[in-house]
Design a protein around this ligand. Sequence first.
Ligand SMILES: NC(=O)C1=CN([C@@H]2O[C@H](COP(=O)(O)OP(=O)(O)OC[C@H]3O[C@@H](n4cnc5c(N)ncnc54)[C@H](O)[C@@H]3O)[C@@H](O)[C@H]2O)C=CC1
Ligand SMILES: Cc1ncc(C(=O)O)c(C(=O)O)c1O
Length: 311
Amino acid sequence: MSSLPNIATVIGSGTMGPGIAATLARAGATVRLYDISDEAIARAEAAYGVVTGVLEAVGSPMVPGGSVSFGTDLDEALAGTGLIIEAVPEKLELKQKVFADIEARVGDDVIIATNTSGIPITTMAESMTLPGRLIGMHWSNPPHLIPMIEIIPGKATDLALVDKLAEIVKSFNYVPVIEKEIPGFVENRVLYAILRECMALLEEGIVTPEGLDACVKWGIGYKLSVVGPTRLLDMAGLDIYQAVSGYLNKELDVSTDTPQFIKDKIAAGQLGFKTGGGMYEYGEGDVDAKRKEIITGLIAARKTLSSIPNV
Ligand SMILES: NC(=O)C1=CN([C@@H]2O[C@H](COP(=O)(O)OP(=O)(O)OC[C@H]3O[C@@H](n4cnc5c(N)ncnc54)[C@H](O)[C@@H]3O)[C@@H](O)[C@H]2O)C=CC1
Ligand SMILES: Cc1ncc(C(=O)O)c(C(=O)O)c1O
């Protein structure tokens, strides 16, 4: 019998919600996708169609009986649910308010998971009536394509939940990675270490954005998609790592704030795809074309990576 509850609820239907909901539905769950905004729900219904096409394209197995419904009624969204995944904006007070609204409506045994990118679970749970039921469940974007989920218990989390959630994640063929709590968790700590150095190299004019993307994609991304960083050290030689890290680590960027040029872009309304310009400029139709290219590339890469041994 699947460990995935029959009914699951996703709270927040923005960038992450539709892909999470579709993944759970594909595994057989009746999923309710809830948002406070009618516009967000309308966008999510459209996004769900696209996501379903992507899941077909990667050959994601479909367990009969799964479905997604969309709505702005919280009572309806939570009725009979066994698993709630919160995916509202990354603001502590907002998330705590959402947890209070949920706890007032569901039984004590319902799991509440948060897709926070890195706010400590312990801090979020402080305002809860039953803090033991909150657990971090960090999906990576796009959530219907990246088959890995970080599981992070806070100090108060009931430890039985860790194994239970890991089984749920395995039930839809994703890899659960169980971690100790630390700000940013593991994935974003590694990603943000890379991004910090990348932004410093751009700011200092060491490399162009095109050059940086090519270097990181082929020199680092391609390799690391096949061999993880620990195995990579064995491949390179620990002596080489010692020799290079001995002079290089002290040269790496250690700034603690967001780079000024990024702040300037944000102040000028340049947020990336969502505003038609960011690190790159996009003309008419370019954003849609780039999004398609990225999804097509991720589908092809996932198929290939799934067919080779896990080294
Ligand atoms: N965007 C990304 O690449 C990733 C985001 N995350 C995390 O997932 C969470 C959600 O992120 P996104 O989907 O990007 O955010 P988003 O801003 O795209 O969507 C959030 C949605 O929540 C809705 N919302 C706001 N208040 C609400 C409430 N009280 N009840 C229900 N819905 C409410 C908004 O209307 C919006 O549709 C954040 O914690 C974020 O840090 C995690 C992994 C990747
Ligand atoms: C830039 C960036 N920041 C955060 C996240 C996240 O995992 O929360 C992602 C992502 O890809 O998932 C990201 O790209």
